[in-house]
Each structure stands twice: as C-alpha cells, then as structure tokens.
Design a binder for this molecule. Structure first.
Ligand SMILES: [Zn+2]
Length: 413
C-alpha cells in the first residue's frame, strides 16, 4: 500500500463540514456544529479498527492505535484542530482540484476576482505537476487545519494496513476551537496518555516549529476627576486625554507589530475604551524571551507613571495577565522530540528547517500542561484567506513524515 492513498478523499470530505468557531461564544466548543465533523472522524477511526475512538462533551476526538511490539516504547500522539477561522465563512465550501498544476495563475471560479498568483505565492511555483486544492473563491478552504486531520487519519489508515511496520502505542487527538485560542482548554493530557505529541498545523513541508512567542495581556486604566464641564475650571482631569498622552509616548520606530519581524517582540495597544473619569488601554505583549517580555511590561508601566505625573490628581492601575509561554523552554528539556521530527523529515527526502512561530499554538499550551508538542507542517498555505490552498502531494508527504516518526519512535527506549 502507498502512503497518502486516502488523504485527498478524506480532506475533500472534511472541508464540506462547516466547523467555524466563534470567539464570543460562552459555550464549549464555541459552536456545536464542530462536533458533526468530530462524529464523522470517530466513525472513520472505528472503521479502521480503533475501537476506543470517541468524542467527549467538549468535542475532543481521541483514539488509540495499539502497539504491535513486545518491548516498551514511548506513547506518541498526533494532534490537529477541526475548527476553521472565525474571520471567514467556511459554510458550503466548494473545493476545486487543479490536477497536474502547470505553473499558471489559478483563477477561482466562484469569484473570478480571486486569483492565486504564482508571483505572490513562491511556494506554489514549486508545486508543478501537483494536484492543488483551492476553494471556489467565495469561502475559505479549511486546509487550516483539515489538512492536518486528513494526514493523521490517512497515516493511521496506512499503519493499520501495514502490519509489518513496528510501532508503539499511537494516540490521535482532534480538537475544536483552536482558532479562538481555546483549543486545549479542557484537553486532559493524562487521559490522552501520550508522553510526547506533534501538532500537524504548520505551513511549509519540512518545517519543524519548536518555538512560539511568550505572550501576556496588559490593561492600563487611567482615572481622572469628573466635574460638570460648565463648572470644571481647575478641577476636572480628563482620563481620555491622559490615555491619549500615554499612547502618544509609545515608541514609534520599534517594539510594535508594524516595526518588528523575526526574533523581535512588541507591545501592541489593541483596545481603548472609557470616558472622562476612567479610560483603559489594553495591550498584547509578545516576545520570544520571558525576561524581555517582562522588561517590555516595565517600560509600559514607566510610561504610565511618567504620564500621570503631568496630570495632577490622576492615577492608574496596571494589570498583567499571562496568555501563554514560549514552548521552547519545555521542548529543550526533551530534545529527542524535535530531533526525531528532524530525522523523520530527512527520511522523507526533505531538508528539515527549525522555525519559530510569531504567535502561539495549541502545542505551546500542551507543553506547559506536561505534553511536549512541537508543530509540523500539514501543507496548508494562505490560511484564513479565500486564497487558501494545499497540494495533495504535500499532504501525502506529511502522512509519510508521521509514519516515519512512528517508525523512529518504535526503535527508541
Ligand atoms: Zn491552524
């Protein structure tokens, strides 16, 4: 049997399910419809003989492929998220398969203004001869991360049908609500039972992502003094003006998203709200280094102090909330997890590249819940866009990388 035989058909089936998550929902999962895809995946896994395949009340799908070797081998998990971005509709996705891609710009047929241009997509120009899957241009495709789901289920299919391949116990997990930052909120690491795991949610094949930002949110609230404006002379202190002065003091040429890249972090005011008496400025703070993250917060605090000094009678409060931490700190304690991923990529004939993510992943949260989880590529490109695309051959390769990892772990202590 060939690896990747079922990956395209599975992917095309999964994208038909509308699994858009919703950031402001009070329920978990944030949308009930995500469970419909979950139930479909459970049926498929059961059909492959994974008897314990199930979906729980939170929408987590888990299953076990039992070990076929006598010796004890670490239990390894593979994880992908089932939901799609709230930014763009994922309802009635009409996937288009462009067989034997010849290097032309791809005009999407449902909205001809949507054109996937070779010049804007350097990775696409490397995929001559591949089968490229896109949406029809009216919705996203959902390759983020149904490509990940498809490559994992396909790898299980391959392993089930290749009993000669020795492997330890393999766990698979499919999660809701990753796109709203709550993907592993109720994920029970102990129950999942894996010692190490990999999320299959990256872009370019061969990438092994072992680093995320460390992230906090900060709320600075300025308090002024409110009076009837007709009788306010010498008494009123307007917190809107204090907050404006404060925002104006932020560095203009550095530590902002619009002036940083690569290893640089930033402070980013993303909400301002208030009135005369009280005004809050909310920030997200990002850095790869935890100490540097703290220094950025101290810089903000110092600016707030400086600001209120020029508004007698005013004061401020400064609240910091932790969002997530760079997973590298955890992964560095288990170097074999990333090393084996690099090895699996090489076995697939690709050049592995260690990459850092200027954001977070579910893996970052899992690392701090005790499950070291770097991120590998599923082949998705242009995520959260109507121009999303994935190559069938890339998905096959991603399945192959999973199978290689399973083989490599089977020979380890
Ligand atoms: Zn994703």
């Amino acid at each position: 049997m060939e690896i990747g035989q079922t990956v395209a058909e599975r992917f095309l089936r999964y994208v038909k399910y509308d699994t858009q998550s919703a950031p402001d929902s009070k329920t978990y999962p944030s949308t009930e419809k995500q469970k419909e895809l979950g139930r479909q995946i459970v049926e498929e896994l059961k059909g492959l003989g994974l008897k314990d395949a199930s979906i729980d009340e939170h929408g987590y799908v888990t299953a076990t492929l039992p070990s076929n070797v006598q010796r004890s081998v670490p239990v390894v998990g593979f994880i992908a998220h089932m939901d799609t971005s709230p930014e763009l509709t994922g309802k009635d996705v009409k996937a288009e398969v462009h067989e034997n891609y010849a290097g032309e710009d791809i005009v999407l047929l449902g909205d001809r203004t949507q054109v996937l241009r070779c010049s804007e997509n350097p990775e696409l120009s490397k995929k001559i001869g591949n089968g490229i899957i896109t949406s029809d241009g009216t919705t996203l495709l959902g390759a983020d991360d149904k490509a990940g789901v498809a490559v994992i289920v396909d790898a299980v299919h391959y392993l089930v049908n290749s009993p000669e391949i020795q492997h330890g116990t393999i766990k698979v997990g499919f999660t809701p609500d990753e796109e709203v930052g709550r993907g592993v909120e109720y994920f029970d690491v102990r129950k999942f039972g894996a010692l190490y795991a990999y999320t299959m949610d990256g872009e370019t094949l061969g990438d092994v992502e072992n680093e995320t930002f460390s992230a906090d949110s900060v709320r600075v609230t300025f308090r002024g003094i409110s009076f009837h404006p007709g009788y306010a002379k010498g008494r009123l202190v307007n917190s809107i003006k204090i907050a404006s002065t404060f925002v104006d003091k932020l560095p203009k040429d550095r530590i902002s998203p619009e002036t940083t890249e690569k290893t640089e972090g930033y402070v980013h005011p993303n909400v301002i709200e208030g009135g005369v008496e009280s005004t809050s400025v909310r920030f997200i703070i990002r850095d790869f280094d935890d100490d540097e993250l703290k220094r950025k917060e101290e810089t903000l605090r110092a600016l707030a102090e400086e600001t209120v000094r020029s508004y007698p009678g005013s004061n401020f409060t400064f609240e910091v909330k932790e969002s997530y931490r760079n997973m590298k700190r955890v992964l560095d304690k288990h170097p074999q997890v990333v090393e084996k991923a690099m090895q699996a990529v090489r076995m697939a004939g690709l050049q592995p590249r260690l990459e850092r993510i200027r954001g977070g992943t579910d893996g970052a949260s899992l690392c701090y819940k005790g499950l070291p989880t770097p991120n590998l590529a599923s082949g998705q490109h242009n995520f959260h866009s109507k121009l999303e695309w994935v190559s069938i051959q890339d998905m096959k390769k991603a399945s192959e990388i999973i199978v290689n990892l399973v083989k490599i772990w089977a020979t380890s202590e």
